[in-house]
Write a protein that binds this ligand. Structure first.
Ligand SMILES: Nc1ncnc2c1ncn2[C@@H]1O[C@H](COP(=O)(O)OP(=O)(O)OP(=O)(O)O)[C@@H](O)[C@H]1O
Ligand SMILES: [Mg+2]
Length: 346
């Protein structure tokens, strides 16, 4: 018997389609696809090609896009593949009448600002929708303020309204630990937590809750709210990006906006990021995005003030000068907003 080489679920596999076509027929058993099987329960000797099922759901495209468009994050990508595999197998089991509770998919994403938590949560919502776990697959992102009221009686309706909006999709609670105020036991946040806990337990077919925030604060939150911790099935940590990853992210962002670095702009940008990384309020990929926005602003200013005719390439190219004018090169420590205002108005 030949052994299939092991390829992680969701990775491109050239033989996947062949595989679908050559499901062996033994006895009365056929390879059965979802469409053919209709609503009938399958009998034990029948076979399901789970990989073809996954392909038909369109989940591979989402995973492939994720691999292509998001730099690094390997453990995160692996976990998404695992969750997708779990759901495909769950669907297959159901078709044989192997009933089980639907898997618990509430999650916690921990990591520094700008490490991709919100972006990945949106992709996760799409994956869960394609695999039939969530009816709609949209994402509702909230913070404490949208869940907790200021006065008695205000919190429950606020939380319920948010939950209603998120039904069929993902409820993403950013900096979820602010729901709990250590110093104030009577804080209304606790009321929101109780309602969330109930819904997370009883309506898990209708909604997936993803909590996000810094790891240490989230750990504290779970130790003061063990009920919440025990309802989270997947804890996923988003590491800070390395300098090389930040640069790769910059290239992807520029490319998407139809800009390029000149040959000396790229090392300049690398140097800029190296200076920025250890500074306060550094926010990983978000800082890359912001730095590129400012480079774009300076490029526009340069092109106008040069007063020359410009080509398509000129309009696309960010020069080293557009980077070197950053405050991280010129002077240290004054506020970002000051710098943006300092660019002369057109
Ligand atoms: N690995 C990555 N590759 C490419 N772009 C990325 C990556 N991670 C994040 N980004 C981009 O960086 C920006 C910030 O990401 P996102 O908002 O998902 O971070 P976050 O972890 O939710 O941050 P915060 O904690 O501040 O809310 C987005 O524009 C996103 O597309
Ligand atoms: Mg976010």
């Amino acid at each position: 018997m030949t052994q299939e080489p092991h390829v992680p679920f969701g990775m491109p596999r050239p033989s996947a389609l062949d595989l679908a076509a050559t499901v062996p027929e033994t006895g009365g058993g056929n390879g059965v696809l979802a469409a053919e099987a209709g609503g009938r329960e399958l009998s034990a000797p029948e076979r399901i090609n789970v990989e073809a099922e996954a392909r038909d759901s369109g989940v591979f495209e989402v995973i492939e896009d994720l691999d292509r468009e998001l730099v690094g994050l390997d453990p995160v990508k692996t976990r998404i593949r695992e969750v997708a595999a779990l759901l495909v197998v769950d669907m297959a089991r159901r078709r044989f009448g192997l009933e089980a509770e639907r898997p618990n998919l509430h999650m916690c994403f921990t990591g520094s600002p700008g490490t991709g938590k919100t972006t990945v949560a949106m992709r996760m919502a799409t994956v869960l929708h394609r695999l039939g776990y969530l009816a709609k697959g949209h994402l509702v992102a909230v913070t404490r303020d949208e869940l907790v009221g200021q006065y008695i009686g205000h919190t429950a309706p606020k939380t319920r309204e948010v939950l209603k909006r998120a039904m069929g999709g993902v409820l993403f609670i950013d900096e979820a630990y602010y729901l709990h105020r250590q110093e104030n036991e009577r804080d209304y946040g606790q009321e929101a937590i109780e309602i969330l806990l109930q819904v997370m337990e009883n309506q898990r077919n209708d909604i997936v809750v993803i909590l996000a925030g810094y790891k240490d604060r989230m750990d504290q939150f779970f130790s003061s709210n063990p009920g919440m911790g025990s309802r989270i099935a997947h804890h996923i940590d988003f590491p800070d990006y390395s300098l090389d990853e930040l640069l790769a992210i910059a290239r992807i962002m520029l490319d998407r906006q139809r800009y390029t670095f000149s040959s000396d702009a790229e090392p300049a940008f690398r140097e800029l990021m190296a200076r920025r990384m250890p500074q306060p309020r550094f926010a990983n990929a978000r800082s890359v995005r912001n730095a590129l926005e400012r480079a774009r602003l300076r490029q526009a200013n340069r092109l106008i003030s040069d007063g020359k005719l410009v080509t398509r390439d000129d309009l696309m190219r960010i020069e080293a000068a557009d980077i070197h004018k950053s405050r991280w090169f010129t002077e240290a420590g004054h506020d970002e907003a000051t710098e943006v205002r300092a660019v002369p108005a057109l």
